[in-house]
Design a protein around this ligand. Structure first.
Ligand code: BGC
Length: 418
C-alpha cells in the first residue's frame, strides 16, 4: 500500500476519502411521513423530544455542503429518505427524487464525492404498518424503492450503502441486558399502530432481531443487484455498527455475541463491494452478556466509555473476517468539550494508521457527524457535530475539531506529533 512517513508525518494512501456524515431524519426536519415521526408523538414515548425542524438541512444543504468542502473534506455521506421518496406504496415522488439530485449536484459542484445511504433507520409509516423488516414483503418493497431511486440518482452517486447498521437490532439484544425499557417500546408501537390505523407497527430497531436479520440480509443482496443495474457505476456496500468487544472474566459470551451480531453481516458485506465500519466505543462482555461501562472511566454524553481505540480494534476484527475494502463510515463522540473531540479523532486516526501500516485496505474516514443533530431517542442533547447548530436560528458555527480534521484531510496526512 503506497503510504509513508516523512518529516514526522504519516501520509494516507492517495485517493483516501475524508468526510463527514449525516442521516436524513436526524438533520432534514419535518420528516412527517416517517415511522419515527409517529413514534416521537405517541404517549408514552421513549423520545426525549420530537425531531421537529431538526437542522433544516432539507433547505440548508447548499450551505452545509459548501462549508464541508471549504474545510478541506472531499466526501459527504448522507442518506436519502424513503418516507419522502415513496410516500405511499408504489407511488414515487419525482420532486423528492429531484431534491436528492440537487444535493448530489451540489456535492459535485463543491468537489465532494457523495456517498449515499439508501436506508438510515427511518421508513415510510406505511412500511412499519405492513410489518416492516419482519416480513419478506418488506424486502421486496425496499428493493423496489432502491431500484427506483438508483434509476433517478445513480449517474451522480460515487459510493452507496444499502443499509446503515442493519445489525443494530441484534446488537441491542445484547445491550438489552442492561435493562432498556422494552415495555415502553412495546406500548409505543401499539399506540403507533392505533394512531396510523394499521394492525401493527414494526419500526426497524424494534423488530425481532433474528427475523429482521434474515430479511435484511436478503434485501441487501437484492438491493445491491438492482442498484448496480441502474445508471452510473459505483461500489455498493453496507455499514455495520461495531464495538471493540472485550471478554471479561471466565466463560465470557463475547465470542458468541460477535458470532451473532457481526459475522453474518460481515459475510454479506464480503459479497458486496465494500464494508463500512462504524465504531464509537467498547463493550465489556461477561458470562451473562454486556456489563456496561467500567466504573471510574470517562463517559461521553451518550453514556459510552470514551474509547477511541474502538476504531482500530473493529477495523482489525472486520478485516480478519472479510476481504473487501473497508471505509470507516462513522466514528465520533458526543461531547460539549470540543478538545475531547480533537483528542478522540487524533487517537482514532492513529489506530487507523496502524491498520494501514499492517496492510489493511482502508480507503476512507468519515466522521459522525457533520452537524449537531437529532440523536434519536436522546433528542438534541448529545452533540456529535463538527459544526454546531443554533437551535433557535439554525445558524451554523464551525468547531475547532472540524478544522483539525479538515486540515488532515487537506494534507492527506497527519503529523505523528499531532
Ligand atoms: C448511527 C447514527 C447515530 C450515531 C450516534 C450510529 O449508530 O448510525 O445515526 O446518530 O450512531 O449514536
Amino acid at each position: 500500500m503506497p503510504s509513508a512517513h516523512t518529516n514526522g508525518a504519516y501520509h494516507f494512501p492517495s485517493g483516501f476519502l475524508w468526510g463527514a456524515a449525516t442521516a436524513a431524519h436526524q438533520v432534514e426536519g419535518s420528516n412527517v411521513n416517517s415511522d419515527l415521526w409517529v413514534l416521537e408523538h405517541v404517549k408514552p414515548t421513549l423520545f426525549a423530544e420530537p425531531s421537529g425542524d431538526a437542522c433544516d438541512h432539507y433547505h440548508r444543504y447548499p450551505e452545509d455542503i459548501r462549508l464541508l468542502a471549504e474545510l478541506g473534506y472531499n466526501t459527504y455521506r448522507f442518506s436519502i429518505e424513503w418516507a419522502r421518496i415513496e410516500p405511499e406504496p408504489g407511488r414515487f415522488s419525482i420532486s423528492q427524487l429531484d431534491h436528492y439530485r440537487r444535493m448530489l449536484v451540489a456535492c459535485h459542484e463543491n468537489g465532494l464525492k457523495p456517498m449515499v445511504t439508501f436506508y438510515h433507520f427511518s421508513s415510510p409509516r406505511w412500511f412499519a404498518g405492513l410489518g416492516g423488516w419482519e416480513k419478506l414483503s418488506g424486502a421486496d418493497a425496499f428493493v423496489r424503492y432502491c431500484e427506483r431511486a438508483a434509476k433517478h440518482l445513480g449517474d451522480l452517486i460515487t459510493l452507496a450503502t444499502t443499509f446503515n447498521e442493519p445489525n443494530l437490532p441484534a446488537l441491542l439484544r445484547w445491550v438489552g441486558n442492561l435493562n432498556l425499557p422494552f415495555t415502553t417500546a412495546r406500548r409505543m408501537t401499539r399506540h403507533a399502530a392505533r394512531a396510523t390505523g394499521a394492525g401493527q407497527f414494526v419500526p426497524f430497531p424494534m423488530g425481532d432481531a433474528g427475523r429482521v436479520q434474515e430479511v435484511m440480509i436478503s434485501a441487501h443482496h437484492q438491493a445491491v443487484q438492482v442498484i448496480k443495474s441502474g445508471p452510473g457505476s459505483y461500489p455498493v456496500g453496507v455499514s455495520l455498527a461495531m464495538q471493540d468487544e472485550q471478554a471479561v472474566g471466565a466463560n465470557s459470551r463475547r465470542d458468541r455475541k460477535c458470532a451473532e451480531v457481526y459475522d453474518p453481516w460481515l459475510a454479506a458485506a464480503d459479497k458486496s463491494d465494500f464494508l463500512g465500519v462504524q465504531a464509537y466505543t467498547r463493550a465489556r462482555v461477561g458470562k451473562s452478556g454486556d456489563l456496561g461501562p467500567e466504573p471510574g472511566f470517562e463517559l461521553t454524553q451518550m453514556g459510552y466509555e470514551y474509547w477511541p481505540d474502538a476504531l482500530e480494534q473493529t477495523v482489525r476484527y472486520a478485516a480478519a473476517r472479510s476481504s473487501v475494502p473497508i471505509y470507516v463510515t462513522e466514528n465520533g463522540i458526543s461531547t460539549d468539550e470540543d478538545t475531547r473531540r480533537i483528542d478522540y479523532i487524533r487517537t482514532a486516526l492513529d489506530g487507523l494508521r496502524r491498520c494501514l501500516e499492517d496492510g489493511i485496505d482502508v480507503r476512507g474516514y468519515i466522521h459522525w457527524s457533520l452537524l449537531d443533530n437529532f440523536e434519536w431517542i436522546h433528542g438534541y442533547r448529545p452533540r456529535f457535530g463538527l459544526i454546531s447548530v443554533n437551535r433557535q436560528t439554525r445558524e451554523r458555527t464551525v468547531k475547532p475539531s472540524a478544522r483539525y480534521l479538515g486540515d488532515i484531510a487537506k494534507r492527506n496526512s497527519m503529523s505523528l506529533a499531532d
